[in-house]
Write a protein of this length. Structure first.
Length: 252
């Protein structure tokens, strides 16, 4: 990689916009179609958006947002040297296919997780199949999600799901506020598994299906599977890669 061919993106917050202006003055900028690397200035939301919009190009983030789990520490100096030394983490997204009652289907990719959320006053009622084999005939809960290792410290962790090592080759299936089975804590599934959520009593208990920030209202069937052919590359400073961050997060 030639670290001099850099394209910058930034969130709209003032802190990120000020950093963008300084870095462009200092290092110049190339159009995204001529660049070898994208430097993203903001938080994790910007990182996910940048990865979705620029599949194939590595993205090096610097934190000018709030959480910044996927971002490196911000500095004006030494950027080209940091890019040359950066270590990549390769992430495969999930593909969600959500089908409505009229047969219409919508597809979307998710880097962190696909969530099935109740969209009315009553809890969702879901039938869960793994590779077309029924594994749970009825889950009554606020919802459920399927998370990648990269997303396991986000919504999944807040829902008391496990943190997954980046190279573990598994996905986390995690319920949210499960009522029945009352003590079901979820499951770890092979990365190659296809998970299907069938919405029971969909008229009475509507749900929404969300692939990161893309929402589909009132689906009746949601199929989710990893997409190994799509590879997102995130760059990290040496010793601060995604594997280290996932381990460190478990001891906080």
């Amino acid at each position: 990689m030639d670290p001099t061919r850099v394209h910058f993106v930034a969130s709209q917050v003032l802190l990120a916009q000020e950093a963008l202006a300084r870095l462009v003055r200092r290092y110049g900028e190339h159009p995204v179609d001529k660049a070898d690397v994208i430097v993203a200035l903001g938080g994790d939301g910007l990182m996910l958006t940048t990865l979705h919009q620029n599949a194939g190009l590595p993205v090096y983030g610097m934190n000018r947002g709030t959480v910044g789990f996927l971002m490196n520490t911000y500095s004006d100096s030494g950027l080209l040297e940091r890019l040359a030394a950066a270590e990549p983490a390769v992430i495969n997204p999930l593909r969600m296919r959500a089908t409505r009652a009229d047969g219409g289907a919508v597809e979307a990719l998710a880097i962190n997780e696909v969530s099935i959320l109740r969209a009315g006053p009553q809890a969702a009622k879901l039938r869960i199949l793994v590779d077309e084999r029924e594994r749970l005939s009825e889950l009554v809960a606020d919802g459920a999600l399927l998370a990648t290792p990269a997303g396991s410290t986000a919504y999944n962790y807040s829902a008391h799901g496990p943190i997954l090592p980046i190279g573990s080759g598994v996905l986390a299936l995690t319920p949210m506020a499960a009522f029945r089975p009352r003590r079901w804590r979820g499951a770890l599934l092979p990365k190659a598994a296809q998970v299907t959520f069938e919405v029971l009593e969909a008229d009475k208990r509507p749900v929404s299906a969300v692939a990161n920030s893309f929402e589909v209202r009132d689906p009746v069937r949601i199929e989710v599977a990893s997409v190994p052919k799509v590879c997102h590359r995130i760059l990290f400073d040496p010793g601060h890669g995604l594997e280290e961050r996932l381990i460190r997060e478990q001891f906080v």
